[in-house]
Design a protein around this ligand. Sequence first.
Ligand code: NAD
Length: 543
Amino acid sequence: MFSDFNKVPLPYNEPVKSYAPGTSERKEIKAMLEKMRSEEVDIPMVIGGQRVRTDKKVRIRPPHDLAHTLGYFHQGGEEHVKMAIDAALSARKQWQAMSWQDRAAIFLKAADLISGPYRAKINAATMLGQSKTVFQAEIDSACELADFLRFNVYYMSQIYTEQPKSEHGIWNRMEYRPLEGFVYALTPFNFTAIAGNLPSSPAMMGNVVVWKSSNSQVYAARVIMEIFEEAGLPDGVINLMFVSGPVAGKVILTHPDFAGLHYTGSSAVFNTLWKNIGENISKYKSYPKIVGETGGKDFVIAHPSADRQALVTALVRGAFEYQGQKCSAASRAYIPESMWPEVKEKVIAELKTVKMGAVEDFTNFLSAVIDEASFDKLASYIDNAKKDPGIELIYGGGYDKTKGYFIEPTVIRAEDPKYVTMCEELFGPVLTVYVYPDNAWTETLELVDSTSPYALTGAVFSRDRYAVEEANQALRNAAGNYYINDKPTGAIVGQQPFGGARASGTNDKSGSYLNLLRWVSPRTIKENFVPPTDYRYPFMEEA
Ligand code: NAD
């Protein structure tokens, strides 16, 4: 309808750089890693554009190199949460009055800063702070974050052009107002792109935001904030604070102007937040929008007709890239009996070639898990599995936290398809395999669907189209992102909008217009150019 009305640049997916030996990007990132390792940064909160420091400084170390110090961040308390809310509310009037084209320009500029002058910095920060290999950092903090920003600008313009029809003499309009209050963005450690997207997507739609990053992602979060500021984001629109989740919740979730929650993280924390919101519902001026993308127990199921090498590659990449710390990581696999000996041999052979260590050494495929709590949790699941007579250790099972939080890529085979590691999210490099009888395809599909409370991602491998079709139907509600003959990780903005249902979240598909719609409260405007001047209708006249 308004196709030529202030068209925004067409979005595209940021090309992924290879970092192969001899490339300029490799040289640049190596130099940046060295520089960042050589300095200790002091990271204040950013509230209303002010740098806010406290007397509680928390040390930041690379999870793979615990002896090294990257810097310190300033931990805040309740007063800083209040300060962030006040700063957001003071910025609200001016920000929501700014034209959407100007808001778009800020975020488009941020995307170009990320893909250009800040690329090495944001990638190096993600590598050092979150122990991502250069490739994992590139697809996350550079490419996916730039994609979120560019695609969201495009979807925003699409939403604004969506208008109701008007009869003669009347003009009907839909005004996509921002929410009346502030949005709370609460972000996880595992994706810098998500940390950037959760505060920026509501802000793009005209909202003001209080952002609490994960303590384990502060090192890259401050680069995101730096980029937003350089792109021209006015003070107070996004306020970055470093406080504990419960402290933030206590102030935010009881505030009358709390208007929305944009969350990604574990299901358990989301459940607590939702419950708190419910308990405080009478305190709010509006019903808050609640968006949460949460945990997963993502499956790979192979039909006897599956291409074995493709399956093996999907398992190795899907389960172990970024140490299995992706919400989409393959963590339970269902392999037919006839195929298992060959698949097992190939997985072991591949994993033997996998190197684990510091991300600064580019030959490593895996690095450390995020923190000690995660390390200890994984180690205890592995210990329990080793002791269980129903478990066969196929590969790995070792762990060591002397230098960093290293857990070997581990594959176990469970006799019981409902064994604990087939059902619960471990969030680490552990893959559990269940071997099923070849003639039990239908029953195994049912098992996949009913084993875990989650429904985030899943993959089916088959060359038999009838089997694919049966799986498509049987697993319709088992995954919000469903893959046929591909690994269940690596969703790309604009191509595979991401999110799951059941215990995996509200499925509002980050990086799509569906998500942006949650951050508006539309006002319908009807204007009558020649309004009636007599209350009587024709039917009321005498015959
Ligand atoms: P987490 O639940 O530990 O933390 C998420 C955020 O909540 C962090 O900022 C944390 O500080 C905060 N938090 C922790 N406890 C809190 C409490 N009691 N009250 C309020 N806030 C609290 O998650 P994480 O370890 O950072 O991330 C991993 C989890 O995120 C996994 O479960 C993973 O599946 C999920 N995840 C989901 C998606 C998705 O799109 N579905 C994407 C990435 C990660």
